[in-house]
Design a protein around this ligand. Structure first.
Ligand code: ZN
Ligand code: FE
Ligand code: FE
Ligand code: ZN
Length: 266
């Protein structure tokens, strides 16, 4: 019973392949269930890596089209919704507009003009110490967990993507975020895409995951596919990673409710 809840569509302008292609790839690699979670629209044009506001109905149609094309696969509807302070109501309203199974809450923006995973903005890392950027990132993660808007906290140490890592023990950055995630009974994702980025390591790090496990924070395993070939990528590796930390369950999502599935069956 393997499933992957984090994948994109061409509407975000940096992913390839139609949802039908992702669904076919998932079926071919033995997945039983997938979920689309494209980058959310914003109320007005915000940047160049998400669907335009008027394309939201197209997103729903594309997911429906994949359901029709590959009926043997369970296809869930999700969204990778940005947590950006001031846009909480926008996200809340989006959720009411369709039968969503889950929202992944992702922090990309740590200030209104810096999406810190954006490769065209690497210069920004020079403007302030890494410590400051990491603190800002984890303050946003903490707020996202407290917002009540999300089911899953996406790639919870994305700030390491390009290897801008403060010296010393990273635990103090993680702890307030982990506390908020645990208090709000949220799930985190093991996102394998980080293994194919400069950091060459899944999100989150083993240390973060150990601290999450100690706090009984549930997990999902996701690929963050931006290409059909990436669906379910590195899942054997991720299963072992979670197992070695102590995890014995992954979570399935349906209409905002989660259901534990034994990791051994994943
Ligand atoms: Zn993306
Ligand atoms: Fe993301
Ligand atoms: Fe994503
Ligand atoms: Zn993502």
């Amino acid at each position: 019973m393997r499933f992957d809840y984090h994948m994109h569509t061409p509407l975000c302008q940096h992913a390839k392949g139609s949802p039908v292609d992702y669904a076919k790839a998932a079926k071919a690699s033995g997945l039983k269930e997938i979920g689309f979670s494209d980058h959310c629209p914003m109320p007005t044009q915000y940047d160049d890596w998400r669907m335009a506001p008027h394309e939201f109905p197209d997103y729903l149609d594309l997911v429906e089209e994949a359901r029709q094309a590959v009926p043997e696969l369970n296809i869930r509807l999700g969204l990778e919704a940005d947590y950006i302070a001031g846009f909480e109501n926008h996200i809340r309203e989006l959720r009411k507009q369709a039968a969503f199974d889950y929202f992944i809450g992702s922090v990309h923006y740590i200030s209104p003009d810096w999406d810190l995973d954006n490769p065209t903005k690497l210069e920004k890392w020079k403007d302030q110490p890494y410590e400051v950027s990491w603190k800002q990132y984890y303050r946003c993660i903490t707020e996202s967990a407290q917002s009540g808007l999300f089911d899953i906290i996406g790639h919870p140490d994305l700030c390491k993507k390009f290897c801008h890592i403060p010296p010393g023990d990273l635990t103090p950055y993680y702890l307030p975020a982990l506390e908020a995630i645990a208090d709000n009974k949220l799930c985190i994702e093991i996102n394998t895409s980080g293994r194919h980025k400069p950091i060459e390591e899944a999100y989150p790090s083993v240390r973060f995951l150990e601290l999450a496990f100690e706090r009984d924070i549930p997990i999902v395993i996701s690929s963050d596919a931006h290409n059909p070939e990436e669906v379910g990528r590195d899942f054997d590796w991720a299963k072992q990673f979670a197992w070695d930390v102590g995890y014995r369950f992954v979570q399935q999502f349906r209409e905002g409710k989660r259901l534990p599935v034994p990791l051994s069956e994943f």
